[in-house]
Design a protein around this ligand. Structure first.
Ligand code: NDP
Length: 502
């Protein structure tokens, strides 16, 4: 059963999965790197348009197959519960594969893998509770009601930072609603999703309900988003790709949901527990080496406690242990891509040239071989117009800004193209709730940070995208409403006048 382990995948070219079957793609091979040593550890293929077409067709056939189309909602839920049980038995294996691909801490990837069955069970429980409504329409003897039905084939495109977590939060509600899916993981981290495909078959999902293609965004990804058989694109990734997806969706008149980047404000007020806040700020940016869309990368500290809080943040950052992400005592692993290491270096250079003070880090740690490690980096004296305060780094770089009062804070915090997450540390609940009301962000964390739940909607506004994952809101994203009208009056209808409700 455990065909896919790190050692089994090592140095092989991984298959794709179409219509319930693994097959070797005929496309050119792509190297996948282990960020802890910069070495190639396995390979995937860049799927051809014909292979993407075969995957979308298989998913379309599954939508017409009575084995999927006509099973009851409870049976759908039962399949998902079985998948959750199987996934639970494979948590460690999945976590190890994902760490090999993206270099994130094994402890974090294990926690995310443990959350996968929880998410599946949450949405499995919803499968038979997706209801329509009955609508009184001001006409006697007229029954008007709605039903919710699946959309069709969902194209799911996920990034490299938390591949299976991002995938499950898309496919769990999609399956609960009765859709089929074609997934394209990032070319930098596809192995976990490839290993997952066999679990779908083991759980007993009909062939074609889950399909997986691999390859570059500009080739396989583009063939997927342009395919006329796709009913909706669910995309998690960067804003520039998000715009490509949105333009394409507009052209095809298909819906898309976009979870994009962020430059999230993380606020420390003078009445907060300053130690807890400093801890929260450090974890909010340096966990996952800053490679998380909700990273609290713009830290706003009230001016009268600025020096004290900066000192605490630096002190806690100095204690961070950098190294092999598989070690239990390590807190900061490598970056997932070499290009990210270069990008961080550019950000550091620009921040310095624009007048920010480099208060900690800024370089690469010694003694860690060829791994793609970067020091946790802190800039003080940052102002909101600087590049470092406006653009997403997606790395372990914190900019610390000052604010005077609530108005000043909200003016600065909302002056951003992004609006994904936010956090505030304060001992005053009134203050926290005033911040909650006025902040432009899809998520607000009060006296905590980076605390998502599959049971609670997530998603951003502005350049952070649109649409929601998680919670019941996700069911609305993957189903559509059909309106049904029944006239039971027995009266003849005037053929020439619309029977509009008056
Ligand atoms: P990208 O936008 O570069 O890529 C995301 C996915 O889209 C990848 O699978 C990529 O494939 C694919 N892709 C790229 N171009 C196209 C295209 N033209 N058509 C179809 N698919 C395409 O983002 P990254 O992978 O670099 O991820 C980092 C970004 O993702 C950050 O900006 C981050 O904020 C955001 N993100 C957002 C999250 C959220 O929940 N809001 C969560 C995690 C990340 P390939 O890699 O093969 O090019």
């Amino acid at each position: 059963m455990t065909a896919f382990t790190v050692s089994a995948l090592q140095e092989t070219c991984l298959p794709i999965s179409i219509n319930g079957e693994y097959r070797q793609s005929a496309g050119p091979e792509i190297d996948c790197f282990d960020p802890t040593n910069g070495q190639v550890w396995c390979r995937i293929s860049d799927c051809s348009d014909a292979e993407v077409d075969a995957a979308v067709r298989a998913a379309g056939d599954a939508m017409r197959n009575p084995a999927w189309r006509d099973i009851t909602q409870s049976q759908r839920g039962a399949l998902m519960l079985r998948l959750a049980d199987i996934l639970e038995e494979n948590v460690e294996r999945i976590a190890e594969i994902e760490v090999k691909d993206n270099g994130k801490l094994l402890r974090e990837m294990r926690a995310l893998a443990q959350a996968l069955p929880v998410g599946l069970r949450y949405f499995a429980g919803m499968a038979d509770k997706i209801e329509g409504t009955t609508i009184p329409v001001n006409k006697p003897d007229m029954l008007n009601f709605t039903v919710r039905e699946p959309l069709g084939v969902i194209g799911v495109i996920i990034p490299w930072n938390s591949p299976l977590f991002m995938m499950i939060r898309a496919i769990a509600p999609a399956l609960a609603c009765g859709n089929s899916v074609v997934v394209k993981p990032s070319e930098h981290a596809s192995a976990g999703a490839i290993a997952f495909a066999e679990l779908m078959t083991q759980a007993g999902f009909p062939d074609g309900v889950f399909n997986l293609i691999t390859g570059y965004g500009h080739s396989a990804g583009n063939a997927l988003i342009s395919h006329p058989g796709i009913a909706k694109i669910d995309f998690t990734g960067g804003p520039s790709t998000g715009r490509v997806i949105a333009r394409n969706a507009a052209e095809q008149l298909t819906p898309a949901s976009l979870e994009l980047g962020g430059k999230s404000p993380h606020v420390v007020c003078d009445d907060a527990d300053l130690d807890a806040a400093a801890n929260g700020v450090v974890a909010g940016i340096f966990a996952a080496a800053g490679q998380t869309c909700v990273a609290g990368s713009r830290c706003f500290v009230q001016e009268n406690v600025y020096d004290e809080v900066v000192e605490k943040i630096i002190e806690k950052t100095r204690a961070i242990k950098i190294g092999d992400p598989r070690s239990d005592d390590v807190q900061l692993g490598p970056l997932a891509l070499w290009s990210q290491v270069e990008k961080v270096a550019e950000f550091v250079e620009t921040a310095r040239s624009q007048g920010a003070t480099l208060a900690f880090g800024g370089g690469r740690p010694e003694g860690l071989g060829d791994g793609w490690y970067v020091e946790p980096t802190i800039f003080t004296d940052v102002t909101n117009d600087m590049h470092i305060a406006r653009e997403e780094v997606f790395g372990p770089v914190l900019g610390i800004l000052k604010f005077t009062d609530e108005d000043d804070l909200l003016t600065q915090a909302n002056d951003s193209d992004f609006a994904l997450a936010s956090g505030i540390w304060t001992g005053n609940i009134n203050r926290a709730l005033r911040f909650m009301r006025r902040i432009e962000a899809g998520m607000v964390w009060i006296n905590t940070y980076r605390s998502p739940s599959i049971m609670s909607p997530s998603g951003g506004f502005k350049d952070s995208g649109y649409g929601k994952h998680n919670g019941f809101a996700a069911i609305q994203e993957y189903s559509r409403i059909k309106t049904v009208v029944i006239d039971y009056s027995g009266a003849q209808q005037d053929a020439f006048v619309m029977r509009v409700t008056k």
